[in-house]
Design a protein around this ligand. Structure first.
Ligand SMILES: [Zn+2]
Ligand SMILES: [Zn+2]
Length: 250
């Protein structure tokens, strides 16, 4: 079991959204943990109060910092990504397709505190999800709306993986996982929320979907802290070939 090791952390935040460190600080932390790749994936612009501001110039500034680090040929290789938000029932994400295509990696997430595309999306999806997060109310209709929206997002966009599905939001994990299999999109085992995610990984596993294990670091010290996710995967006897950022040693 100790022979599992992660070569990449593909979900980390910086001061460009709600993270505390710089891109270089995340890179240095990744180097200390002997990672070969670290992705910088700040929140998309629809995240209330903390998303990327002015995405076009900001992403190009971030790209320049990443290119400078990579030109130095130090480990790890830095990738530019974004943790985009689902903002409509039709699967729209909060960055235009053109910007998504320029990224090395796209994460799709369903967060409650997000500016919706239209007021109807707010009224029928985002707002009820906020209510559900803080109450025990459950509605099959909302679950269907969430699932359909995320499945559409996976079909319509170049999504590398879906972040922490099921976290705070009610969703049909099996249906989402089946869509991900068809689109070669992975599901994330997010190391900030492993307690909540045990059931979802167990439900998704039989579909044959691939996983990625990430830190979702919001400070450089958390970059590459993947022990909790590795532990969860091993407890569920997930085969290492199905975890994209893992390699088996020995
Ligand atoms: Zn998130
Ligand atoms: Zn995140």
């Amino acid at each position: 079991m100790e022979s599992w090791s992660a070569f990449a952390d593909w979900h980390t935040h910086t001061h460009y959204s709600d993270g505390k460190g710089t891109i270089a600080a995340n890179a240095l932390a990744g180097r200390d943990r002997q990672l070969r790749q670290v992705a910088i994936t700040d929140h998309g612009p629809a995240s209330l109060g903390l998303g990327l501001k002015e995405p076009v110039p900001t992403l190009s500034k971030m790209r320049a910092e990443i290119d400078a680090w990579n030109a130095s040929e130090q480990q790890p290789l830095l990738l530019l990504g974004a943790e985009t938000n689902l903002i409509s029932r039709q699967g729209d994400l909060d960055l235009p397709r053109k910007l998504l295509k320029g990224l090395d990696l796209v994460i799709a997430s369903l967060h409650p505190l997000v500016r919706p595309l239209t007021w109807q999306d707010g009224a029928s999806m985002l707002l009820p999800n906020i209510v559900q997060r803080y109450t025990r109310l459950r509605s099959r209709q909302l679950r269907n709306t969430n699932t359909k929206a995320m499945v559409e997002a996976v079909y319509r966009n170049p999504v590398s993986f879906v972040a922490h599905p099921g976290l705070w939001i009610d969703i049909d994990t099996e249906e989402l996982a089946n869509a991900c299999v068809r689109r070669n999109t992975a599901l994330e085992i997010n190391c900030q929320h492993t307690d909540i995610l045990f059931d979802y990984v167990a439900v998704a596993m039989p579909t044959g979907v691939d996983f990625v294990i990430n830190s979702d670091a919001h400070s450089p010290a958390q970059v590459g802290q993947l022990a909790a996710g590795l532990h969860l995967a091993q407890r569920l006897q997930l085969s290492p070939e199905r975890v994209r950022n893992i390699e088996q040693k020995g």
